[in-house]
Design a binder for this molecule. Structure first.
Ligand code: ADP
Ligand code: ASP
Ligand code: MG
Length: 408
């Protein structure tokens, strides 16, 4: 008998029919003798619908109220799933973030989990109940207000709860049957991986593969929770996210990710002296804008240089205004903005021990005429900033270049 956490994403609980299927699968797991805690997302499209309703009423709705609003999507689906399980002959209770002891910091719309008091969950589990938890939400430690964990946050709820109750596994049920070498919506012959390391999955998630929220993988790695990603449509064996092993190092590139949520800003004729970069990036950071790929050109004359960097597209206009203001203060030149860029990345722990991977990537992109506008690397990834219109072409080209469909 195992203690199993299951998470069902929006599409998995997207209709009454889907909820019936999910409820049956949860009950079947319990009938096999396991203890089950299930986390559910809002029904597909619900969170977007609520966001749009708020936007019809205000250009900048208050974040505290947005959290209260958005948390309702998951409350609805958790209650519906529990209602159905009770109907088909098992005992189930639904719980909100507050009821299941999910405590976060105060940062509305992207709160981080501080602690989980799982006693209440375990009381029900020990009393033979199936517990259905509303994902994506918690309450703030200081104010007791409802918070949410950022888009895709139910993944993080699930893995964090699995860690807190020391579950044997955290199963993430979604609309694909595992983690693929690239987004299967873009690369038709992408290959399903049997397993992937936490660190590779973390890179893929942070580079745009939204199949798992990045924080969920961090929790998995930190608390050693085996995460299995699988489909609630086929229930076939999925992909295990787990610790790195020797075999993983043999593979050069494990996966490819793309991210269109990028914008590039550039500030010209910046004085080439200590303290200038610090001023620019402090101004951006103070406004809670995350900076990604940074390029500073080597100055030819030793007096001025250009600095460019990327930010999430939704923050681009704000960053542009800040930069224009700052340019006057530091006596720099023009500021420009480009929202038609995207980032494509290759990820693999094997890169550590194999030289030439980046060169091969640049070569493949060049052959297709895709211009690289900026590059950033880490030990296990190479990212290139390119024109957005080439995103799909670039992903498919790299998938072929690294022969990803045929391995295994
Ligand atoms: P859920 O609603 O279940 O949380 P998501 O839409 O958040 O589901 O995540 C599943 C989607 O992630 C898939 O439909 C797929 O298009 C996308 N995806 C992106 N990259 C990958 C990848 N490398 N492997 C599998 N799925 C991926
Ligand atoms: N419902 C939230 C979203 O759409 C959280 C989730 O599905 O994980 O982002
Ligand atoms: Mg998701």
């Amino acid at each position: 008998m195992a203690l199993i956490v299951q998470k069902y994403g929006g599409t998995s609980v997207g209709s009454i029919e889907r909820i019936k299927i999910v409820a049956r699968h949860i009950k079947e797991t319990k009938d096999k003798g396991h203890k089950v805690v299930a986390i559910v997302s809002a029904m597909a499209g619900e969170t977007d619908k609520l966001i749009n309703l708020a936007k019809e009423l205000s250009d900048r709705p208050s974040e505290r109220e947005m959290d209260l609003l958005l948390s309702s999507g998951e409350r609805i689906s958790s209650a519906l799933v529990a209602i159905r399980i009770n109907e088909i002959g098992a005992k189930a209770v639904a719980m909100t973030g507050r009821q299941c002891g999910m405590v976060t910091d105060e940062v509305h719309t992207k709160a981080r989990i501080k602690s989980i008091d799982a006693d209440k969950i375990m009381e029900y589990v020990d009393d033979d109940y199936i517990v259905i938890i509303a994902g994506f939400q918690g309450i703030s430690e200081k104010t007791g207000d409802v918070t949410t964990l950022g888009r895709g946050g139910s993944d993080t709820t699930a893995v964090a709860i699995a860690a807190a109750i020391k579950a044997d596994v955290c199963e993430i049920y979604t609309d694909v049957d595992g983690i693929y070498t690239a987004d299967p919506r873009i690369v038709k012959d992408a290959r399903k991986l049997d397993k992937i390391s936490y660190s590779e999955m973390m890179e893929l998630a942070s580079l745009g593969a939204k199949v798992l929220q990045i924080r969920s993988v961090e929790f998995g790695m930190k608390y050693d929770v085996p995460i299995m990603v699988l489909s609630s449509f086929t229930f076939n064996k999925g992909t295990l996210v787990t610790k790195e092993d020797e075999n993983m190092e043999k593979i050069l590139v494990s996966g490819i990710a793309q991210d269109k949520n990028q914008a590039r800003l550039k500030i010209n004729n910046v004085k080439d002296e200590p303290g200038i970069a610090s001023m620019i990036f402090n101004t951006i950071a103070k406004n809670n804008i995350n900076v990604d790929v940074i390029v500073q050109n080597v100055s030819d004359d030793g007096r001025t240089t250009d600095i460019s960097f990327t930010v999430p597209r939704e923050d681009a206009d704000k960053a542009y205004e800040l930069l224009k203001e700052l340019s006057k203060t530091i006596d720099a030149g023009d500021v420009s903005i480009n929202k038609d860029v995207a980032k494509v990345s290759i990820v693999g722990v094997g890169m550590r021990s194999h030289p030439g991977v980046a060169a091969k990537m640049f070569d493949a992109l060049a052959k297709e005429g895709v211009n690289i506008r900026a590059i950033s690397t880490s030990e296990i990834k190479v990212s290139c900033l390119i024109d957005e219109k080439y995103t799909e072409l670039a992903v498919r080209t790299l998938h072929d270049a690294f022969n990803l469909s045929n391995k295994g």
